[in-house]
Design a binder for this molecule. Structure first.
Ligand SMILES: *[C@@H]1O[C@H](CO)[C@@H](O)[C@H](O)[C@H]1NC(C)=O
Ligand SMILES: *[C@@H]1O[C@H](CO)[C@@H](O)[C@H](O)[C@H]1NC(C)=O
Length: 246
């Protein structure tokens, strides 16, 4: 049962090859094709695909990614089939120093050798991070509730992780801090209580991104300040899942 059935993937693939227009001479020469994206995004899943056909000997197949002064091996395989189609996943980490990478594919056997080196543009993906407090002005003793939201370049929620989030008082003292803050569904809510006699003035929520950049959002603490009694977040999402991690 099923003995005569050709395996789906490869047979379809070979069929496509035979149907290629202009390919009239029934070539049996070893052939290679390397498919790499022209533009890749940092931290995103990317892949390089390699097609080998009519191999007449077993070869080693290797692919190397050259990026930010470093060579990383993506694959190093011995291929003994005649026809192979392989896709190798890879990711490129963020780097401030380079915007280009090179992908080198090397196919080598006792008599065959094929090398392809292609340049790829690398685009740093920078997330958009917002910090919102539930009020612009707080009174002593109140609880400051704030939210950190992160979106990727396509405005999708991003579960970004921040090494450090802290609160700076008007005298630049660090009064609260949270380490390893990880967003869930692209957001997190944190809170802390103001003391009954806090230093009055402008405070800052500081979020440290992994790229090293800091993001700040200010709010005020005033004894007699006009106070927004309602949350400026609007309704809906406000479950008070405070994760206090100091
Ligand atoms: C494989 O094919 C190549 C190209 O046609 C040829 O140069 C080589 O000698 C062949 N190798 C073997 C082992 O037949
Ligand atoms: C990476 O590989 C390329 C090509 O093989 C070579 O020219 C370069 O020196 C290598 N770089 C490092 C850092 O090993």
């Amino acid at each position: 049962m099923g003995k005569d059935r050709l395996p789906g993937g490869p047979s379809i693939f070979l069929l496509l090859l035979f149907l290629l227009p202009g390919d009239t001479s029934p070539t049996t020469e070893p052939q290679y094709m390397v498919l790499v994206p022209f533009l890749i995004h940092t931290n995103g899943p990317e892949k390089v695909c390699i097609q080998l056909t009519h191999l007449n000997e077993s070869v080693t197949l290797s692919a190397t990614l050259e990026y930010a002064g470093e060579n990383r091996s993506l694959i190093a395989d011995v291929v003994s089939e005649k026809d192979v189609f392989k896709c190798v996943p890879f990711t490129v980490p963020k780097s401030s120093s380079s915007s280009a990478a090179f992908l080198t594919v090397l196919v080598k056997g006792p008599t065959l050798e094929f090398r392809s080196r292609k340049s790829v543009l690398v685009k740093n993906s920078e997330s958009l991070v917002f910090v919102q407090t539930d009020k612009p002005v707080y009174k002593p003793g109140q609880t400051v509730l704030f939210r950190i939201v992160s979106l990727d370049e396509d405005f999708r929620p991003l579960n970004e992780k921040f090494a450090l989030v802290f609160i700076k008082d008007p005298q630049r003292n660090r009064v609260y801090q949270w380490r390893e803050v990880e967003l869930n569904g692209g957001l997190t809510q944190l809170s802390f209580p103001l003391t009954s006699e806090p230093i009055q003035g402008t405070y800052n929520v500081v979020v440290q991104k992994e790229s090293g950049t800091n993001l700040e959002h200010s709010f005020s603490v005033e004894e007699y300040g006009k106070e927004g009694s309602h949350s400026c977040w609007g309704g809906g999402v406000g479950s008070r899942s405070n994760r206090l991690g100091f």
